[in-house]
Design a protein around this ligand. Structure first.
Ligand code: AMP
Length: 578
């Protein structure tokens, strides 16, 4: 294996990297450093974060740059403020024992005055996010005329974030004679275009497996009515108690409105959009970054550059107009090799855009159903029980208090205590979701056939499931026997743990309800309720058309006022979040 000194680097640089604990070069360093040291060769490296690419371009750059000249000689562009700061600090470390450079980071969200002062003091190397650099160029606070090296780091990510125009503008200010090095994890058309337009016969190097889009993102969608999107959102959030999520809306008004409604309903949410001052944005981002905020609702533009680790879910309140926005939104999750889920709330009118996105992703976006009230309750209850199981007990302090508690409860069995405890915490949740209706809608019957397979007959909930020792055929027998239906009238059976769903032919609902009245199964009363369309719940179209929040087509207030049961009581579990 090669050592750093064999790559053509000066002893001072080798000493600096050794001080950092780098003993042997990574594959990209070994291959790229000798090529980049030539100085005049344009270069494209296909490599992911974590491969050591910062040193791969940083070390040759420090070797080539002239520390005796105060001219700005190198420009490194990166998509996010975090990466900008990381690169700056890496370069400073690499040059610890080698030459003396002024390396200046230029990024949004910090005082522009301070950055201008640093640049004017003679920054030989500038590490910048494209947006802030444009601000500096527009203010004539920076000249790129003396630039010899331009490095585009995470080029695909910069383009995903909508920096294409900014990059074009910045590159047009740099001299023709410069050398350009580009690093990217993927090679979409837009990156190829940059190579074609701004680089001369670049040397191309691929390290490791080429990333074909982020395979760690699971793309899903739900199909709901536009006016019920807010309720669907709440169901998804309630079904995912551990979510650390980013919700995208198209406009500032929608962003603000969704965030306000979530806050009012007791969620730990806030908004990020262009109407906020920089200070307000910084505050929100700080809360989100340090996890004291669980849900951030943002516009596409304001969320540019968000680089927060461990975002579990990205939710699209609507389908974005541009594929690039979809990619950027989804790419906020599943960062640094982690897994993430992207869920789009799609109305029938948006299905064609969904198809376009599937085409562009070259893979289908999986439909998921908006969880039913029962599913949400089950999930929340289990999450609560999980917390009970995991809670840390302060034995010492509890010791003195417990005898009185035992005394109070000693006539109850363990089962009864569990039941009461669960009910105490959970009754309000159950109340809230008791009459929750199915929010899933049928797909449009366009030429692609729609999604009618998901909603056929009338869907029933039954409080029997696998935990009662039933399999599908036994469940079929139970329904058959008690409801007196023929097997052909019984559709899909969805067997869960403590409960199940089944579908029956429309028109037979009464038979099912009456058939199960007063029935016990293994000593337990059987409960059967309609959950899906076609039941005796009010038909969607019979409900008032008026919306309480707004009549704007993309408002999410609609379902909120109609579904009093589902809209008014969420304070009940307010304190339990996060
Ligand atoms: P990067 O891909 O540049 O973000 O680097 C990923 C991580 O690997 C950083 O923490 C670097 O400090 C570290 N690293 C880079 N090159 C080496 C090396 N040759 N030996 C050990 N660690 C390295």
């Amino acid at each position: 294996m090669k050592k750093f000194e064999s790559l053509g680097l000066s002893p001072g640089l080798v000493e600096s990297v050794e001080l950092l604990g780098f003993e042997t070069p990574t594959p990209i360093q070994e291959k790229a450093i000798p090529i980049l040291l030539k100085g005049s060769q344009d270069f494209v490296g296909l490599a992911q974060t974590g491969t050591g690419k910062t040193a791969a371009f940083g070390l040759p750059l420090l070797e080539l740059a002239d520390d005796t000249s105060r001219d700005t000689q190198a420009l490194i562009l990166a998509p996010t403020r975090e990466l900008t700061l990381q690169i700056t600090s890496d370069l400073e470390n690499f040059s610890e024992k080698f030459k003396r450079f002024n390396i200046t980071a230029v990024y949004g969200g910090a005082s522009i005055g301070e950055q201008i002062r640093k640049v004017k003091r003679g920054a030989q190397i500038i590490v910048a996010t494209p947006g802030r650099l444009i601000d500096l160029i527009d203010r004539k606070a920076i000249s790129l005329a003396t630039i010899k090296y331009v490095i585009l780091d995470e080029a695909d990510e910069m383009l995903n974030m909508g920096f294409k125009e900014d990059l074009d503008k910045i590159l047009s200010f740099t001299p023709e004679t410069k050398t350009t090095w580009l690093f990217s994890a993927t090679m979409p058309r837009e990156v190829r275009a940059i190579m074609k337009n701004y680089m001369t016969d670049p040397y191309e190097l691929t390290v490791g497996e080429q990333n074909k889009g982020n395979v760690n993102i699971e793309h899903r969608y739900v199909l709901v009515q536009e006016r019920e999107k807010y309720m669907a959102l709440k169901r998804i959030l309630d079904f995912t108690p551990e979510i650390f999520g980013l919700i995208f809306c198209r406009t500032r008004i929608d962003t603000q409105r969704v965030a306000e409604m979530l806050m009012k309903d007791g969620y730990n949410a806030d908004s990020l959009h262009g109407d906020l001052t920089q200070q307000q944005r910084d505050r929100v981002m700080m809360k989100f970054r340090n996890r004291s905020l669980q849900i951030l609702v943002a516009t596409d533009v304001a969320a540019r550059g968000i680089d927060v680790e461990d975002i579990t879910h990205v939710i699209h309140m609507n389908m974005p107009d541009e594929m690039e926005f979809y990619t950027h939104r989804s790419g906020r999750t599943a960062r640094a090799g982690k897994k993430g889920i992207s869920i789009a709330l799609v109305s029938r009118g948006e299905q064609s855009r969904l198809k376009q996105i599937e085409k562009s992703l070259k893979s289908p976006v999986k439909r998921m159903l908006v969880p039913t009230g029962q599913e949400v309750c089950q999930k929340q209850l289990l999450a609560l029980m999980h917390k009970v199981r995991e809670v840390k007990i302060n034995e010492e302090e509890m010791e003195a208090l417990l005898p009185a508690v035992y005394e109070e409860l000693n006539h109850l069995t363990k089962q009864e205590i569990i039941k009461r405890f669960a009910s105490l915490e959970f009754n309000r949740f159950l109340d809230y979701y008791r009459n929750a209706v199915d929010l899933n809608v049928e797909g449009s019957k366009g030429k692609d056939g729609g999604d009618s397979r998901y909603v056929t007959g009338t869907r029933f909930f039954i409080n029997l499931g696998k935990m009662d020792g039933l399999d599908k055929s036994q469940m079929l027998e139970v329904i058959d026997e008690f409801a007196g239906l023929e097997k052909k009238d019984i559709g899909k059976i969805d067997l869960k743990g403590a409960y199940s769903f089944f579908e029956v032919e429309k028109g037979l609902e009464d038979k099912v309800v009456k058939g199960f009245q007063g029935i016990e199964y293994q000593g337990r009363p059987v409960r059967v309720e309609i959950t899906g369309p076609g039941g005796d719940k009010p038909d969607r179209d019979d409900r008032p058309k008026k919306r309480s929040y707004s009549s704007a087509p993309h408002s999410y207030g609609g379902g909120y006022s109609k579904r009093k049961k589902e809209g008014h009581k969420s304070e009940g579990y307010k304190k339990k979040r996060w």
